[in-house]
Write a protein that binds this ligand. Structure first.
Ligand code: LLP
Length: 422
């Protein structure tokens, strides 16, 4: 995505570490899903308000999983109010859907006041919403009893997952909807991040079965959601999802469900990673090079407080080195790449069990740039202030234009939270 010259120029202009996002890549990924009636961006992947605007301009809708994310969506120009729309078809096309397994008290007030359509992952959530706002439009997020993910931590289905209403409890959920006067918009399922086609057949089959149950209970619905979870090839040779094939499988499920219900159904998808992961890179500077016995380490100025995925999941990110002094890079040799944090797990090259992995990299020197690739999803959004490190800047590339979309946080801003606490 980045040429060496761009990397050097960006690092010099904005300093490192630096998040870089590429607008054309995001637009292209969004366009590749246009067969779906709604592409609902799961903003947890990267909620920068400028990216939300870009996606809105491209026709996407948005998902929110916290009051903060919903406020971002509103700030980006998406509208609330659809929970009170006159028809279910309008509610199905809501700009913002609030998805969760519970509503804290403040958020319950908020979704009702803003009229946000709510995707309910627990029956208690339905009861609380129904008691407060009869007539509110809701989706049911169902747990089909199985799940799948690139790591145990990203599997969101099955009995070890807290997510969604258990499939066998659908009848109870529907009874609560009927008793409380809530309006059912649709059924939603998200079983994890990193789908493969094998699982997809099973998911689509489960969705059709659940629609059959809704019909049998005497209720109707306007939409089904395929959830998110579309993977991207993080490693060379990993397969790339074919959006047309993916759509085809879900469209077949939609048709079956339409036949059961006797009317058209809206088909939605809710990707995060697929839309933004490959649009992002993290640029860091090499600040030390050392050898611990037999293991060569390249130490850079970004840590797991910036990019948490390797430490959290053993996630693999491609990386490449750009020479800082213009020298030709030597042939690649294995090395570990680590950050500045005061913690042994602050290593970007590690397996799922935390074991250090060596990566083939040209001999690095202090002042070189390291580009960590495919970090547009769950990179900046999972960053923390660990070791009192301020959040770093983010820029958006759009052809020749470079636009800062987040300035670097200041330590004083962190301290102010504590110094002004009383
Ligand atoms: N919809 C729901 C209800 C979700 O829970 C998620 C992700 C998505 C959509 C979007 O999934 P995606 O298309 O991005 O795979 N931090 C982890 C991923 C956690 C995802 C949680 N939910 C990672 O870095 O891989």
């Amino acid at each position: 995505m980045l040429t060496d010259a761009q990397t050097r120029a960006l690092a010099h202009q904005f300093g490192t570490p630096l998040w870089v996002m590429d607008a054309p890549t995001i637009r292209q990924r969004l366009a590749s899903l246009r067969a779906f009636d709604t592409v609902r961006y799961a903003q947890k992947a990267n909620p920068n308000v400028h990216l939300l605007r870009l996606l809105r301009e491209g026709g996407a809708k948005v998902d929110a999983v916290s009051r903060g994310e919903a406020l971002r969506a509103l700030a980006a120009g998406f509208s609330g109010g659809s929970a009170r729309a006159a028809t279910l078809a309008e509610a199905a096309d809501a700009d913002i859907v609030y998805t969760a397994d519970l509503l804290d008290r403040e958020t319950l007030d908020f979704v009702v006041a803003e009229g946000l359509v709510v995707n309910c992952g627990s029956i208690d959530m339905l009861r609380q919403l129904g008691a407060r706002a009869p007539g509110h439009a809701v989706w049911l997020r169902l747990n089909p009893g199985f799940g799948h993910g690139h790591s145990k931590k990203t599997n969101t289905g099955g009995e070890h997952s807290k997510h969604g209403i258990w499939h066998a409890d659908l009848a109870e959920a529907l009874a609560v909807i009927q008793a409380s006067g809530l309006r059912l918009v649709g059924l939603h399922m998200h079983i994890g991040s990193g789908v493969d086609y094998g699982h997809l057949g099973q998911v689509c089959g489960a969705m059709v079965d659940l629609v059959r149950h809704v019909k049998a209970a005497g209720l109707d619905l306007a939409a089904i959601s395929a959830g998110g979870g579309l993977s991207i090839p993080y490693r060379d040779g990993e397969p790339r999802i074919d959006p047309a094939h993916y759509f085809g499988l879900w469209d077949a499920a939609r048709r079956e469900a339409q036949e059961l219900l006797g009317h058209p159904l809206h088909l939605e998808i809710e990707p995060g990673r697929y839309l933004v992961a490959e649009a992002g890179a993290l640029i860091a500077e090499v600040r030390a090079v050392k050898r611990q016995g037999s293991v060569p380490f390249v130490l850079v100025d970004a840590g797991f407080n910036e990019l948490m995925r390797p430490a959290m999941y053993g996630a693999h990110h491609g990386m490449h080195l750009v020479s800082g002094d213009g020298r030709a890079l030597a042939a690649a040799a294995p090395a570990a790449v680590a950050g500045p944090l005061c913690e042994s797990g602050d290593v970007f090259t590690q397996g799922a069990g935390g074991e250090i992995e060596l990566r083939a990299l040209p001999q690095a020197a202090v002042g070189d740039w390291l580009v960590i690739e495919n970090t547009g999803a769950y990179g900046s959004s999972m960053s923390s202030n660990y070791n009192t490190r301020p959040l770093i800047a983010e820029v958006l590339l759009d052809g020749d234009a470079v636009r800062p979309i987040r300035r670097r946080q200041r330590v004083e801003e962190l301290l102010a939270l504590e110094l002004s606490a009383d």
